[in-house]
Design a protein around this ligand. Sequence first.
Ligand code: FES
Length: 159
Amino acid sequence: MPVLSEALKEKIKSYFPRYPSKQAVTLPALHLVQDELRCVPLEAIREIADLLDLSPAEVHDTMSFYGIFRDEQHKLGKRRLWVCRGLACALRGGEEVLASVCEKLKVAPGGTSEDGKITVEFAECIGVCEGAPAVLIDDSGRPDVTLDKVDALLTELRA
Ligand code: FES
């Protein structure tokens, strides 16, 4: 049974003119699918391969090369929270922020809260070192997320 909507397929096709080949659209296509489905199911890999004139194995190779894509068994929550534990953030409490987030959500890094709302990850640097300790919420960096701001952050992400 198909998992990609017609709208999503059209969105993927709209990338074709921007890239030198269909194969080059593999990465953006995986992002579009994961953004919408919160994972990249096996069937989606087949459908992306069809759209891009590739084999499913080629799409899977790209997907597995990057550690950011999830399969159906490890679906993302509605929001993805990356807590930085790179050097600048670690020196300013990033590890404690990560431990606090995980404890409050009762998950290990990589896990998703029971209500399916928040997936927690750790990052080694998200490019906001001047605002350490920092987090990445979906695609947006947020500086100065100190331990005392964890409760408010989680309330915001659950809303
Ligand atoms: S080390 Fe945390 S943003 Fe760079």
